[in-house]
Design a protein around this ligand. Structure first.
Ligand SMILES: Cc1cc2nc3c(=O)[nH]c(=O)nc-3n(C[C@H](O)[C@H](O)[C@H](O)COP(=O)(O)OP(=O)(O)OC[C@H]3O[C@@H](n4cnc5c(N)ncnc54)[C@H](O)[C@@H]3O)c2cc1C
Length: 311
């Protein structure tokens, strides 16, 4: 473990804390770089509740620069090798929290078994962000604008959390409690995401409306479904950035089960999706517009997923 101030040479020259504060954009913090998961957990448990882990830093550092986050300590997970990688264990896909969005795109296992992860990752930000941004950071962050939480809800993913009381499993569908509010405790690290892959031949789509490349969603929808004898047999839908947390749209999914994805079923699903949204008005549009777009993204994702499904 290395413990140091952000800029030792500057620190030597500072003659008071107020000068130190005035010259930096983020608040001051202590930096730690553990090399094992057990050290990281022990360290986080020993620090005060304002300590935060840092993964790719592409959400946390911008927040710190705006002083919307002022952690007293940063525990950097970059050197914890056991948190990286994609593997198959007992028929499930296990993705380490420090696996980057770029790694998700490059993974052969995911390309064959969970292609929606690749499709969604490619719609996140730009290559520079994806080289550093991690799956763990994206889902742990609790930002309703992040694309992975709605997808993880759709896939029925489970998050593995490790803290001083040991390990526990929390379903993605139970994890999000509001903007930046999650079921994780301050001493817990999200170590991996476990997903039971949908059956071969399933249909999938992630539809995201954004103003330009690199933007967060105006509204987005994830769909996973299966088809049997030409009709929808199972369906799950998640929505991004149309409420203060990701949404699991179970009534919308129910509306298409048993259908052949005809116009009436799509209209019913869109209306059910819109009904659970409560988007804020922002630079991406009015609340009404963003709600409508949630319905449009839902219908588009359903149509594309249905066209891709075999059965
Ligand atoms: C220009 C730009 C555009 C972007 N566009 C999009 C977009 O369109 N869609 C999208 O989804 N994201 C977008 N992002 C965010 C990007 O995907 C982030 O990288 C990601 O959301 C957070 O991952 P990170 O590894 O950078 O996490 P960090 O920024 O390091 O951490 C984020 C938060 O999660 C916590 N955390 C991180 N890892 C763990 C862990 N293992 N256990 C517990 N807590 C943890 C941190 O303490 C922090 O609170 C964008 C970012 C930028 C800079």
């Amino acid at each position: 473990m290395v413990r140091r101030t952000r800029n030792d040479s500057f620190a030597k020259r500072r003659d008071s804390r107020s000068i130190w504060e005035a010259r930096l954009i983020p608040g001051s913090f202590d930096y730690h770089r553990p090399t094992s998961l057990s050290d990281a957990v022990a360290l986080l448990s020993s620090l005060d509740a304002d300590a935060r882990v840092i993964a790719g830093g592409h959400s946390l550092i911008p927040m710190m620069k705006l002083r919307l986050a002022t952690p007293s300590h940063l525990v950097d997970l970059a050197a914890v090798g056991e948190l990286k990688g994609v593997s198959e264990v007992g028929g499930e896909i296990v993705i380490g929290a420090m696996t980057t969005q770029h790694d998700l795109i490059a993974s052969e296992v995911l390309a064959s078994q969970l292609p929606i992860l690749r499709e969604t990752s490619l719609l996140i930000a730009d290559p520079q962000v994806r080289y550093l941004g991690t799956l763990g950071g994206n889902v742990a962050n609790g930002d309703p604008g992040n694309d992975m939480p709605a997808l993880m809800m759709t896939l029925g993913a489970v998050y593995i959390l490790l803290g001083k009381a040991g390990e526990r499993r929390v379903a993605a569908r139970d994890y999000y409690q509001g903007a930046y509010a999650t079921a994780a405790r301050p001493d817990e690290i999200l170590t991996k995401v476990v997903i039971a892959p949908p059956p071969a031949g399933h249909g999938y789509a992630y539809e995201k409306l954004k103003r330009k490349v690199g933007d967060y969603a105006t509204a987005a929808a994830a769909v996973i479904l299966t088809v049997s004898n030409g009709a929808v047999a199972t369906c799950a839908i998640g929505l991004t950035n149309v409420a203060d947390s990701a949404l699991f749209a179970s009534a919308a999914a129910q509306a298409v089960i048993g259908s052949r994805m005809d116009k009436a079923a799509l209209a019913q699903a869109s209306a059910a999706a819109e009904a659970i949204t409560s988007p804020a008005a922002d630079g991406r549009g009015s609340s009404e517009y963003r709600r409508k777009m949630a319905g449009v993204m839902t219908a588009r994702a359903l149509s594309r997923a249905f066209a891709r499904a075999k059965g």
